[in-house]
Design a protein around this ligand. Structure first.
Ligand code: NAD
Length: 317
């Protein structure tokens, strides 16, 4: 990455690890545009210290991730992952799949009530589910406005039939769901994660699924991506794993590319970016420019100076 991006003023990335080492070796860098929502792959402190602006692209894939989370909830509830292989083997039985519980009147617990969490809440309300939400950064009124009830994490885990995770991966949310939290969940509950794999302690989850402490899990994200082919999470018959595809549709993919390019162009031409996640960096950047430290950089940058570390084979948002 350092070699490929060393002449770049702006780097466009997806899950590429923009570590302190990478950032400190890209001497011309003024901006990093994460082509997606989660920017846990970027060392924000290292970027901010150098006045490097970091932007993400929120909102453009919200509906797709929402649909994917709801699809996992429905598939697990209706046991489609077990029924489909059975009918493919020409079995014609419904009894084998008992018990299946309805969603209507059950409780959905939403962890992280941001853009995606709110859309998931709306969809699950339409399935006549009671919605409760845990998000310490969102007011009770915002949750109640969408027909939900605010809860503590412990209350949510203990009373939900479906738990769905929509938080960013931060120091605070890493392993937010571990052994103790899984032990609070109902044996009949399902857990869905379309946020980031490391929000769940995966070993504790495998243990909990194996013991029947929770019923099933739907995971679009894993602690390590791509996973080791021998990772036991891929083999459990009460788990659906999808390859970090929640963000994707033809429509969202073009929106994302267009918006990412426009954000990079704004930085290159000295305009204010729209989704700066470290606003302190912009003032530092302006100060540095005034001090003449960055005479080499800025609006004279040509198109070739924008390095895309992002590869078409690795679109992970
Ligand atoms: N699977 C995919 O393809 C895919 C695509 C897009 C986003 N994502 C993931 O989904 C996450 C959520 O996306 P979004 O657009 O809803 O983001 P968002 O920023 O709109 O919402 C995140 C919510 O999490 C809350 N939160 C933060 N820390 C929390 C904590 N400790 N406990 C509870 N809540 C907390 C925030 O207050 C916010 O309301 C992203 O950060 C990203 O990691 C995955």
């Amino acid at each position: 990455m350092i070699e490929g991006a060393k002449e770049a003023d702006v780097v466009v990335c997806d899950v590429s690890p923009m570590t302190r080492n990478v950032i400190s070796n890209l001497r011309r860098l003024v901006g990093i545009v994460e082509s997606g929502v989660g920017y846990d792959n970027i060392d924000l402190d290292a970027a901010t210290e150098r006045g490097i602006m970091v932007c993400n692209v929120p909102n453009f894939i919200t509906c797709e991730v929402t649909d994917h989370a709801v699809a996992l909830i429905l598939a697990l509830t209706r046991k489609l992952h077990q029924i489909i292989p059975s009918t493919r083997a020409a079995e014609w039985t419904w009894r084998k799949f008992r018990p299946i519980q309805g969603l209507d009147g059950k409780t959905a617990g939403i962890i992280g009530f941001g853009n995606i969490g709110r859309q998931v809440a709306k969809r699950l309300r339409a399935f006549e589910m009671d919605v409760i939400a845990y998000d310490p950064y969102v007011s009770s009124q915002a949750i109640e406005r969408l027909g939900g009830k605010p809860a503590t994490l412990e209350q949510l885990l203990a009373s939900s039939d479906v738990v769905t995770i929509h938080v960013p991966l931060t120091k605070e949310t890493r392993h937010l769901i571990g052994k103790a939290e899984l032990a609070l969940m109902k044996n009949s509950a399902i857990l869905v994660n379309t946020a980031r794999g490391s929000v769940i302690d995966q070993e504790a989850l495998i243990d909990s699924l194996g013991k029947g402490q929770i019923r099933a899990a739907g995971l679009d994200v894993l602690a390590v991506e791509p996973p080791d082919p021998n990772d036991p999470i891929l083999r459990l018959d009460n788990v659906i794993v999808t390859p970090h595809i929640g963000w994707y549709s033809e429509e969202s993919s073009s929106r994302l590319q267009e918006y990412t390019a426009l954000e990079a162009k704004r930085i290159l031409s000295g305009e204010a970016p729209r989704n700066l996640v470290n606003p302190q960096a912009r003032s530092k950047h302006t100060e540095d420019l005034q001090c003449g430290k960055r005479r080499e950089r800025g609006s004279r940058t040509s198109r070739k100076d924008m390095a895309a570390t992002h590869s078409s084979e690795r679109h992970h948002w």
